[in-house]
Design a protein around this ligand. Structure first.
Ligand SMILES: Cc1cc2nc3c(=O)[nH]c(=O)nc-3n(C[C@H](O)[C@H](O)[C@H](O)COP(=O)(O)OP(=O)(O)OC[C@H]3O[C@@H](n4cnc5c(N)ncnc54)[C@H](O)[C@@H]3O)c2cc1C
Length: 511
């Protein structure tokens, strides 16, 4: 392939990669973005003029588009790829399963739309010198503005709120629960009457429609996804996007880096070159690319690579509410955080974890029969989150990725289990859950540190001993966010892009 000339190659188009790429092109750098997933067929992407689009899973053929690949240490080669245009990627392992997705726009298509800063307002302080809350403040502001984040208001007249459903039960504290969630949605200007609108970048999108903005994607664009919120303006400023390009390895060469990618359009291998590379493939994928590249001798050794990997305390359950009076799937993707009214429900000194409640996919999106449809409509999912010990280890064994993680070493899981049990008792409706935690918010593995002795990247995301190579996603986070992390990942991506551009962008001659 004739590689396009680039100052920077960005790998992965999720929260970290999209925010970083936009920052780089705004500074005048020539950037190529490699994404293993396809463009999704949504109203905004159509209005961008993208012709090759893959459908979001929907209707009778939905199950075929649901899964991209499954990774497990016992599978041949460690991975089974089912459908290169599939939505979700699942890594099953001992102690922790990891779920992510593959699209231009990364996890923004499947996430629940929660745009929140870390529960600890001093989260960035004290990690390493040169990084603190003040340093990241402008990046958060830019990202919130692009996501059009705002809290639901009483005037929005949303269906199935926690207050509406639990306000009469004195065991629950619902005061403010419906208005505390920053969400990356375009709320209808006239409540209950969503319209087709145009964004400041000239993109068409629908205002949010209850039941249409969930974890199987937002076909109308009511949920703000990165493809049109970050990548479209970046393309207007010169970004080149190569979809269905999966990076296998990176190697240091005289003039920078060589990136080897499988082009899933034609099945061939492409090699691209650039003086600088930003990895933002989503925590576990970023760690995998680094491990494979080091193992192949392409990158200088990183002694701490794979260490301090965790799952953000994520622990999911199904709340069998049997609320047959309502269709709970016809809601916004998240309802609010569930809290009990009594002080210290888990006992003194045992903090109540963050427990978000949200809608399951509406049955018309999935052909799953009447029994499952009932479960989707009349129950909800609950997601416990909090700081885990982030003490897992990711390694490669004969080319297979392995996570060693021991949930019993993190007390957050016992607290969430106890909270689920209490919520079930107080509501009279049980929460069912798996025993092994499933995370959609992995962190760590290529952590920020002071040097090669205690980390993999520095305060600007640059990999120690591999100048010009950067990590712009949550693989760099040395501790769990303890809540929904995407806005923090995007702010980090923006920060990495800003610092890289400040050091390396050349003023462009006016032509
Ligand atoms: C069901 C669900 C609900 C969620 N809800 C929320 C929520 O409400 N709020 C919140 O903050 N977070 C939520 N999340 C988590 C959120 O999706 C992630 O935190 C976020 O997407 C991570 O951003 P990222 O940039 O690190 O990675 P991603 O968004 O995963 O982006 C990485 C991209 O890199 C691509 N890629 C991977 N490997 C390669 C490779 N080798 N070559 C090229 N490209 C590659 C992937 O295809 C992907 O598109 C949710 C996740 C799920 C699954």
């Amino acid at each position: 392939m004739n590689a396009p000339a680039a100052d920077v190659i960005v790998i992965g188009s999720g929260f970290g990669g999209a925010a970083c790429a936009l920052r780089l092109v705004e500074a005048g750098m020539r950037v190529v973005l490699l994404e293993r997933g396809p463009w999704r067929d949504t109203v905004p992407v159509r209005s961008m003029g993208i012709s090759a689009r893959a459908p979001l899973p929907h209707g009778r053929r939905a199950l075929l588009g649901l899964l991209r690949s499954v990774r497990h240490r016992w599978l041949p080669g460690g991975r089974l790829t089912l459908n290169r245009r599939g939505l979700f990627d699942i890594h099953l392992d001992r102690g922790l399963h990891v779920v992510c997705s593959a699209n231009v726009g990364g996890g923004s298509h499947v996430y629940s739309g929660l745009n929140l800063r870390p529960p600890d307002p001093t989260w960035w302080d004290g990690i390493v010198p040169g990084l603190d809350e003040a340093t990241l403040a402008a990046s958060y502001a830019r990202v919130f503005a692009r996501m059009e984040t705002r809290e639901p208001l009483a005037d929005d007249r949303l269906p199935n709120t926690l207050a509406e459903r639990f306000g009469a039960n004195p065991a629950f504290d619902v005061a403010g629960a419906d208005h505390e969630l920053g969400m990356g949605l375009r709320f209808p200007e006239t409540p209950g009457q969503p319209r087709l609108v145009r964004t400041a970048d000239g993109i068409e999108r629908w205002e949010a429609r209850a039941g249409e903005e969930g974890n199987l994607g937002s076909a109308g664009g009511g949920k703000t996804t990165l493809d049109f919120a970050f990548i479209a303006p970046a393309m207007q400023a010169g970004l080149r996007v190569l979809d269905l390009h999966e990076v296998r390895r990176i190697a240091r060469v005289a003039a920078g880096y060589e990136v080897h990618a499988r082009n899933h359009h034609d099945g061939r291998d492409d090699t691209l070159h650039a003086p600088r590379v930003v990895l933002a493939a989503g925590t576990l994928n970023t760690v995998q690319v680094l491990l494979e590249s080091v193992a192949a001798g392409g990158l200088a050794p990183m002694p701490r690579l794979g260490e301090r990997f965790g799952g953000n305390g994520d622990f999911f359950g199904y709340w069998k509410l049997d609320d047959t009076a309502r269709d709970l799937s016809a809601s916004l993707p998240a309802h609010g955080f569930v809290r009990l009214a009594e002080p210290d429900p888990l006992g003194a000194g045992r903090e109540w974890p963050a427990i978000a409640e949200g809608a399951l996919p509406p049955p018309h999106q999935l052909p799953l029969g009447r029994w499952v449809s009932r479960l989707l409509r009349h129950g909800s999912f609950v997601a416990g989150m909090g700081a885990d010990a982030q003490d897992g280890q990711v390694t490669l064994h004969n080319g297979r990725l392995r996570i060693d993680y021991r949930p019993e070493q993190s007390d957050i899981f016992a607290r969430i289990r106890d909270a689920f049990r209490l919520i079930g008792e107080r509501s009279g409706r049980r929460i069912y859950h798996f025993d092994t935690p499933i995370t959609v918010h992995p962190t760590g593995g290529a952590c920020i540190g002071r040097s090669l002795d205690d980390g993999v990247v520095d305060a600007e995301g640059e990999v120690f001993d591999n100048p010009g190579l950067y990590v712009a996603d949550a693989a760099a986070f040395p501790k769990p966010v303890g809540g929904p992390p995407s806005i923090t990942i995007a702010a980090w991506g923006d920060h990495v892009g800003e610092r890289l551009a400040a050091r390396h962008a050349q003023p462009r001659a006016n032509t």
